[in-house]
Design a protein around this ligand. Sequence first.
Ligand SMILES: Nc1ncnc2c1ncn2[C@@H]1O[C@H](COP(=O)(O)OP(=O)(O)OP(=O)(O)O)[C@@H](O)[C@H]1O
Ligand SMILES: [Mn+2]
Ligand SMILES: [Mn+2]
Length: 677
Amino acid sequence: MVADQQAQAAQQSVPVVEAKNVLNSGDSGEDTSCIRGCCKSSQIRLNVPKAEFLLSQPLAEGSESTVYRASYQDQTVAAKKPKLATAEDINRFHKELQLLLELDHPNIAPLRAARAHPPDYITVFPLFEKGNLAEALHEREWKPTGTATLEIALQVAKALRYVHAKGFVHRDLKPANVLLDENYNAFLSDFGLAIQANQIEHFSKSWKAVGKPTGGFHKRFLVGTFYYMAPEVLKKEVATTKADVYSYAITINELATRTIPYSDRYTDAQCHTVLEMDYSEQQLAAAITVDQLRPVLMTAASRAPPGLASIIERCWHSDPLQRPELEEVIQELDFLKAELARNQAAESGAEMGAEGRVKGTEQTDWRQAAEASVSLGEGTKELASAAVVPAETERKDGTERGYRPTVASGVFETKGARDRMEDTHVAMQDLGGLDGVHLFGIFDGHRGAEAAEFAASAVPRHVYKSLKEGRSAEDALVATFTRTDEQFRREVDARRVLRRGGGKDWHPGCTAVAALVIDDKLVVANAGDCRAVLCRNGKAVQITKDHIAEDPTERARVEAAGGIVEWRVDTWRVGQAAIQVTRSIGDGDLKPAVTAFPEVSAIELTEEDEFLIIASDGLWDVVSNEEALAFVYDTVKDPFLVGKRLATEAITNRLSGDNLTIVIAFLRPVSTFERVY
Ligand SMILES: Nc1ncnc2c1ncn2[C@@H]1O[C@H](COP(=O)(O)OP(=O)(O)OP(=O)(O)O)[C@@H](O)[C@H]1O
Ligand SMILES: [Mn+2]
Ligand SMILES: [Mn+2]
């Protein structure tokens, strides 16, 4: 080993001596420079006799070269032999070689040696055993973790930033030009099309003088690889480093989605460097430039953090000036990386695969963010088809659990008089396949719908996970509220930093009520002014308490926690934001005073319990608990129709100005109602 290293060091430090040794092989000139004298190096041999490379089988056939597995100085290497047809091609080889000699970066495939001497033109690089990123993703179906995705995104961004700082544009960034070592570290390669940034304008102008495009024109000026080419490049306008930023976005999105760009609409995968476009390609190119068509953006189904999508979108903006510099991209990726590490620590490291997510529904961005942040743990299939937890058959006091309600639930929601809907809800019977476990909840958003969207997705996942972990219903709900709140506020902060959301005053929130039925047990958690009312034996039992600043105990609690409560015009309000509720998910500026910690009540259900009404304050502002019951009795026993009846009453007759969501859960067979009443 030591001897090896010494031998290697000796070889590297005395290239000139070696060069002298090979002069008798018929070569002229020095090993430290190319035949023309335009490429020079004191470290890298540029005139290695072809025989020293020991080429074996071809590894890949590029559009401009063949890459061979080879052996050089007892190491396995990759030897790239360009296809040189014209004097122009040979000029290009020298240009590429000059650039390669200038590059020295941990994420750029380093040149080991070269031969720049007719008739043989060869460049030699270390052999990257894992090949290129396109093969890894699409041939070997490598599924990078979120961390690996971010790491590669960072490494490529750093290599590209370095290239740009050197004054060059790569012009052919794509997964096939990102090589992977045995640890899946990324190395930018293939500088065959790279060009000095200040020369681009000259080239583009000279094209304009050329006139009509011909095949030759395409070969010389329309360079890059079609799917990865920025619209301005496709339009043959001046390409800058921002064209690389665009290609970077397409590449990273391909990594995060493991999907070849446009493969959804364009089956004939055309991943080689463009020489000429055929007709369907021209149509696609037109769609990219005119209609701003882009590949399908990564979603939360990707293992990569959702924040990456925002970076990708900005990097493939159709206006090059709107695309960020790589410096900015790197800062944001670093942030996402730290964030992911923190989340993983918090979630005990179990990274969730694509199969762990609820599928089949149109979901908003915030719901996806919630999905991404609530890991259901390893081996968990879809929430909706999860394994069944054995039902508890005994109570704590040892008596049998005899009663199990017959549940029939439905939801009615309307934005009412408002122009936006900021309420969301969940109504899931047999949650995740858990027999006899039902979850109902309403989330009433304020200062935007974001928190409500997030909660509607995160809450059932947290509840399910907590129950699977063996927590009691009470514990599960408390953990759910506090975790949802923490994760949501983290997401808001992350987006604020990424400038995907609002500014420093952006603190969306929502009130939350969640009712969990497990066999004969009803547990309700509440934070805010949604309300759950149980109809027991014809009487209204209000299970929750409204958490509003008007309530003296809540007001005292908020003040004791450092919050400011003031009388404003008509009512008591909390903080600068002047919200009426004293508990909520989100509202980062009002934490910890406006807590997400819920009040929890547990009730043992019996045959006396008829139905549960859960509704946002839009209902309770204008309809009393008793009135609500009366409307239910007076309406055909269909949960949806009952909800609609209540909503119509509230909005049409009593002029509730708010969004309205009403969840109705009948707790015994609906047929019995008609007989009794
Ligand atoms: N050092 C290496 N180790 C392993 N594989 C390599 C190496 N260099 C190149 N390859 C393989 O050879 C392929 C072609 O190499 P390269 O991109 O440099 O050639 P090219 O002719 O310029 O291709 P194109 O312009 O079509 O992208 C790469 O995509 C990669 O799969
Ligand atoms: Mn290539
Ligand atoms: Mn190339």
